[in-house]
Design a binder for this molecule. Structure first.
Ligand code: ADP
Length: 487
């Protein structure tokens, strides 16, 4: 590690944050955090126990009433200060994400921008929580509709976007007047710890944000989710874990937001601008080394342009530099761990065994760290695992289609429905796709759709609820209706 890396890590808290204090875990255990580019342990942090979880729940519940009563402007301005301070520390947050997660530094900087925008957006939304007032249809009374914070919220985040997944949940919850317990992924907890230190510095009252880092997520989460004082569960992660959490949340009738898996189709029609489609494909596929629920998983390309698209894309893929994310010009950092490399490779080998053509890549990279070669597979055969499962790695799969109906049928042939991408210069076709694709989001002639001002989320098994936009704060608000007899 370089001196600046060591200096940065020295600033990151190693304890749990409960009731406004950094405290040791009572578990007697610790979590080692690794750099996936080298496999080396870069930090050792607290590993929360069930009793730590109970203290965090107490702290969030105790702080709820006063935080809900805090003026929206004050809540908004705290978030705005957090946004400003994040900008000042943008380089530090970017480096920290690259160290614990592996993404190239330029992408980590992009995530600081994206993640920060949730703080700015929801600082503005905090003061726009409104209601309505009117006559009932009978003319015998006045109806008042108002919105109240749902209450203490449990936020579980994944490892792939350590900052943005945290701010996308914390910012709307705080703006709405909810206190929170945040549980980052055990693989990448450092960014959340450093971010919560920043929230402490901007003056957030004690108990409003609490953080539990743990290697026993299931055991530590279950009593929180079952606690009657908890009112909301927001989760981003795999569909399998989401389903289990929804079942647990049902017993406590919690409000839930679930951002689950994806299997994004990327459609290229014969009337597409192929250069733009390749540009979009590079972002939709290789951002975060393919480790995004929004990553294009299946390239569904008109048969007349499939070869041209594949060869233009392959040229770009072959030019990608593999290496540690801190190195200049790297486009392919490590995958999160060796398990992720094994999974990507199994999917690739299954596809080849079923008849796909391997154009480039197709194997792990020898040496330290968890690297997989950027890979292009063409003529992928229907029924291959790789078309059904999330790849979460730098692998392009190309499937040809014959006409628009065939393209749409192939795109919709999945249990997921998070995001789709389509490249066509035909406006009427584009508008037909808005209707025919089963998807929560659509990038029309663009390879990335995320924006703090937009409602991010999926249909089918990709999830429930939306994050960002005006929809994002509604997830943390209950509706209260009042009737006053008045003629
Ligand atoms: P991924 O496949 O992206 O690692 P997971 O769904 O396994 O996604 O994990 C996403 C988040 O959910 C992480 O913070 C992880 O620690 C947490 N998690 C995993 N299993 C459980 C569980 N049974 N209960 C609560 N949290 C869990």
């Amino acid at each position: 590690m370089t001196i600046s890396e060591v200096e940065l890590l020295a600033k990151v808290p190693t304890q749990l944050f409960i009731g406004g204090e950094w405290v040791d875990s009572t578990s007697g255990r610790a979590i080692d955090v690794h750099d996936p580019a080298t496999g080396a342990v870069i930090m050792t942090i607290a590993d929360a126990s069930i009793s730590d979880a109970s203290r965090a729940m107490d702290a969030a519940a105790d702080a709820q009433a006063s935080w809900a009563a805090t003026a929206p402007r004050v809540r908004g301005e705290l978030l705005r200060r957090a946004f400003d301070l994040l900008q000042e520390r943008a380089d530090e947050f970017a480096l920290l994400m690259t160290l614990e997660m592996g993404k190239p530094l330029a992408e980590a900087r992009g995530e600081v921008t994206y993640g920060g925008e949730f703080l700015r957006w929801f600082s503005e939304e905090a003061v726009r929580i409104s209601g309505r007032y009117g006559s009932n249809p009978e003319g015998t009374g006045r109806m008042i509709v108002t919105h109240k914070p749902v209450g203490p919220s449990y936020l579980i985040t994944p490892w792939n976007f350590p900052l943005a997944m945290a701010t996308r949940k914390i910012a709307p919850a705080l703006a709405a007047g909810c206190t929170v317990i945040v549980k980052p992924a055990e693989l990448t907890p450092l960014t959340t710890l450093y971010f919560v230190k920043l929230l402490e510095e901007v003056g957030l009252p004690k108990g409003v944000v609490n953080v539990l880092t743990t290697s026993t997520s299931k055991e530590v989460s279950a009593p929180i989710i079952a606690d009657p004082r908890l009112r909301k569960l927001s989760f981003t992660g795999s569909t399998a874990v989401g389903v289990s959490l929804l079942k647990q949340a049902a017993d406590n009738v919690l409000r839930t937001s679930m951002e689950l898996g994806g299997n994004a189709p990327f459609l290229v029609f014969d009337d597409a601008d192929l250069d733009k489609a390749v540009e979009g494909a590079m972002i939709a596929k290789f951002r975060n080394i393919g480790q995004a629920c929004t990553a294009a998983n299946r390239f569904i390309v008109h048969e007349s342009v499939a070869d041209a698209f594949a060869s233009k894309l392959t040229e770009r893929v072959k030019a990608m530099k593999i290496g540690r994310g801190t190195e200049e010009g790297v486009g392919i950092g490590p995958l999160i761990n060796d398990g992720a490399v094994d999974k990507a490779d199994e999917l690739v080998q299954d596809a080849i065994a079923r008849g796909a053509t391997l154009v480039t890549g197709g194997s792990r990279v020898d040496g330290d760290g968890s690297f997989y070669q950027p890979t292009v597979l063409t003529e992928v055969v229907a029924g291959s695992d790789i078309l059904r499962e999330e790849i979460f790695g730098p692998v392009v799969t190309i499937v040809p289609f014959t006409d628009e109906a065939d393209a749409v049928a192939k795109a919709n042939d999945t249990q997921y429905g998070l995001v789709s991408y389509a490249f066509t210069q035909d406006l009427a076709r584009g508008l037909r796709l808005v209707d025919s694709l089963d998807t929560g989001m659509l990038g029309l002639n663009v390879g990335v759709v995320s924006n703090a001002a937009a409602p991010f989320g999926g249909v089918k098994q990709s999830g429930i609820g939306r994050e960002g936009g005006s929809e994002g704060i509604a997830e943390y608000l209950d509706t209260k209706y009042v009737l006053v007899p008045f003629a």
